[in-house]
Ligand binder design. Structure first.
Ligand SMILES: *Cc1c(COP(=O)(O)O)cnc(C)c1O
Length: 366
């Protein structure tokens, strides 16, 4: 049996008729940007997340860049201000900060939970700190009441990177509606994935929403009138139409991820393999299923020899990347341990229980 890490082809095939109809509708309409499809998807996604506003943009990185830039345009952030961010995140969260000439302050996660360690945040807050960017990495909710309280106490903006956690909840709310603004990526492999690049910003703040919408459209809210120096970062109508189809099935897709994850948690029992702490399904939509192994590379090769494809998320932490040379010397042992030992098992809306059984059988023999 060959088990792919993620088969985008099978995921698209599942909703093939609806997707083809949606694409055809846009093609035939003759209207390809800033139209009805964007409006419909934005309204439906805002409602789903529980935010007042949703602005479709070109991709997830831009969504985060526009949030930080909008806070600069509105006078909340200035060059050189500090934003607290988890050290083990995907590089996009950090790029969105440095791209805007602000300073990321890297805070370690815990190894058990993989999300930012909320006990290590307060000691890093200075007079320059203006925000915290939490990242719901791997589909796990990173928000805690403590983080919310720190934001209130120090008057910080709470930005969520919700690229990996569409549909995840905290209490009665969804991630993406817990802070002041959230960036979402609809990269094809994400839980809600487009057939190309796409992203969105959600927020309850009207001023911020209007600023983000203008920034992503050349800095213009009124045709040929430019308030800001923006860029072209729009969501196109075809992607919006596809996303609106897939949004209707998101909960069902996430439920399959949760079914597979439950099987992994209940049945992987190899002492060489460590699983992250198990969250309630409300708090985890299992974008990825990370496991940890001291002999990670041997383990990955062994799985490959047995027909199981896996991916490392991620092999090199941001502070060890060439683009951030100034951080290469700093030590972040938990982040480094995660990057040295992490391996993501197959999980997706179309992975079957029979495939998960095979994955577990092979793992338990390692
Ligand atoms: C995918 C991802 C992004 C960026 O999204 P793109 O659409 O690829 O630009 C940002 N943050 C995290 C955590 C991601 O996983």
């Amino acid at each position: 049996m060959q088990i792919p890490f993620l088969s985008l082809k099978s995921i698209t095939e599942k909703y093939s008729d609806e997707i083809h109809a949606a694409v055809q509708r846009v093609v035939d309409s003759g209207w390809y940007l800033q139209g009805k499809e964007n409006e419909t998807f934005e309204n439906n996604y805002a409602k789903y997340i529980g935010s007042k506003y949703c602005i479709g943009v070109a991709n997830g990185l831009d969504a985060l860049i526009w949030i930080v830039k909008a806070y600069k345009e509105l006078g909340f952030f200035n060059d050189g201000d500090e934003i607290i961010v988890p050290a083990n995140t995907y590089i996009a969260s950090i790029l969105a900060i440095t791209e805007n000439n602000l300073k990321p302050v890297l805070v370690e996660p815990t190894f058990e939970n993989l999300e930012i360690d909320d006990n290590k945040i307060e000691e890093r807050i200075t007079s320059k700190t203006k925000g915290i960017m939490i990242v719901h990495l791997y589909g796990r909710c990173a928000y805690t009441d403590k983080i919310g309280e720190l934001c209130k106490k120090y008057n910080l903006k709470l930005i969520e990177d919700n690229a990996q956690a569409h549909g995840c909840r905290f209490g009665g709310k969804r991630t993406g509606s817990l802070g002041d603004a959230a960036g979402h990526s609809f990269y094809p492999g994400k839980n809600l994935g487009a057939l190309g690049d796409a992203g969105a910003v959600t927020t309850d703040n009207q001023e911020l929403a209007e600023c983000v919408r203008a920034l992503a459209n050349y800095g213009s809210a009124k045709k040929y009138v430019f308030k800001y120096c923006g860029r072209n970062s729009r969501l196109d109508e075809i992607q919006a139409a596809v996303l609106d189809v897939k949004l209707k099935h998101l909960d069902e897709d996430n439920a399959n991820r949760q079914r597979i994850a439950a099987y992994y948690y209940d049945n992987i029992n190899n002492p060489k393999i460590t699983l992250p702490n198990r969250l309630d399904d409300k708090n985890n939509v299992y974008h990825l299923f990370p496991v940890f192994c001291e002999q990670r590379d041997d383990f990955q090769q062994y799985l490959k020899n047995n027909g199981i494809q896996t991916i490392i998320h991620y092999p090199i932490p941001p502070h060890k990347q060439e683009c951030y040379k100034e951080w290469n010397g700093i030590s972040l042992p938990i982040t480094e341990q995660i990057h040295n030992q992490e391996l993501s098992l197959p999980i997706s809306p179309v992975l079957t229980l029979a495939e998960a059984e095979e994955v577990v059988r092979v793992i338990n023999r390692f």
